[in-house]
Design a binder for this molecule. Structure first.
Ligand code: SF4
Length: 375
């Protein structure tokens, strides 16, 4: 083997360093205490990373040089490289991130002036991805079409937020886990990322401003309910009966609607925030008014609210959006039953946020990427 080939091989096998952005305060305390350092040192480290947003361990001026060297050898402080930003300052901006293994994920920044999940908002919301692709194969979703590749690490999730803030100079006020992937299927990394994103020592986004969306992984909903952080929960429901959900959401074969609602009752017991049901209206599939009546009953029992979302056509999928009159009739059934139900049929700047609704197609040197916001 030639010398240059050996050099390439040696480079190829060296594993990437773990990201410093995937470390919680307690992780830092543990790592530093193993090196004879005090808890106070961990506070200094996170202050440099999250308050001062330094780009290199060399900038940690109150940390002794030998420790800085060890940090450099052990962790990476690289944020995710941005492959492309699309959109302009007064509208949504989409970030295409290239991961270390050459895969891509998308993050969407939704500015103050844009309607989001049914309300006018004066906040800046970031829609983050939790996986590359998705294994759950919902019939209306482009992420499902692409299949599952891998979970994102906590560092990759946190890095989406930090990079979006760095690139735009804006402070993210609200976070939604509705980008690519099913966040509950990546619960360990999700929980770690939430700890870092919510921590006052960390990114410091209030838990009530963080929404985790899921297609209905009941046991994971119950597990996250036990985490003492008042994050909000959104369910990608899209059908009020097993018959309808079975047709469009394979997850229902594993956790049917009764099992899902059992887990929501557990969630409701431990969290005060309202649960939101996301319901994409698809012509002839789930827009029957009988579905609306059943949905109203189920929603009332949990004192939840409903976001009705007109279906957006996905290339390669057969579904269509119902007529405006049909969607309004569906909403009326819910409203007459006393349910808070929003329906957004405005065009242009409006963002439809739920499973499979924010999507992106990008042509790169490696071919076509199709991603979709999800659970
Ligand atoms: S809708 Fe959500 S859970 Fe279903 S395939 Fe798409 S990303 Fe996965």
């Amino acid at each position: 083997m030639s010398e240059s080939a050996m050099k390439v091989d040696a480079h190829a096998v060296s594993p990437p360093l773990p990201s410093a952005y995937g470390m919680s305060l307690s992780d830092w305390e543990e790592w530093l205490s193993e090196r004879g350092q005090s808890k106070f040192r961990a506070k200094q480290v996170v202050e440099w990373i999250y308050r001062k947003r330094i780009a290199s361990f060399d900038e940690m001026l109150n940390i002794a040089v030998p420790l800085r060297e060890e940090l450099k050898k052990t962790f990476s402080m690289e944020l995710l490289p941005v492959s492309k930003i699309s959109g302009s300052e007064d509208t949504t901006r989409k970030f295409l991130f290239r991961l270390e293994d050459g895969r891509y994920v998308e993050t969407v920044m939704i500015p103050a002036s844009v309607s989001f999940v049914g309300e006018r908002s004066d906040r800046i919301t970031l829609c983050v991805s939790s996986q590359v692709g998705c294994a759950y194969g919902c019939k209306f979703c482009a992420s499902g079409l692409a299949g599952f590749t891998r979970n994102l690490t906590a560092g990759e999730i946190v890095s989406q937020v930090l990079t979006a803030e760095r690139e735009t100079g804006e402070r993210v006020s609200n976070l939604v886990f509705m980008g690519m992937g099913e966040p509950m299927a990546n619960l360990k990394q999700l929980t770690k990322a939430l700890e870092i994103l919510n921590g006052q020592w960390g990114v410091n986004i209030g838990a009530r401003r963080i929404t985790v969306s899921t297609s209905g992984l009941a046991p994971q909903i119950e597990k996250l309910a036990q985490v003492s952080m008042p994050v909000r929960l959104a369910i990608s429901l899209h059908g009020a009966t097993d018959e309808v959900r079975d047709r469009i959401m394979p997850i229902n074969a594993k956790y049917n609607i009764d099992r899902l609602f059992q887990s929501l009752a557990v969630w409701k017991e431990s969290k005060k925030q309202k649960i939101t049901f996301e319901y994409i209206l698809i012509d002839g599939i789930n827009d029957d008014l009988e579905q609306a009546r059943i949905l109203a009953k189920r929603t009332r029992a949990l004192r939840a609210k409903v976001n009705l979302i007109p279906y957006n056509t996905v290339e390669g999928l057969p579904w269509e959006r119902p007529s405006e009159a049909r969607m309004q009739a569906f909403q009326s059934v819910l409203r007459e039953a006393g349910i808070t139900a929003t329906l957004r049929i405005e065009k242009g700047h409006d963002i439809n946020a739920a499973c499979g609704q924010l999507r992106l197609k990008e042509e790169t040197s490696e071919g076509l990427i199709v991603s979709a916001a999800a659970s």
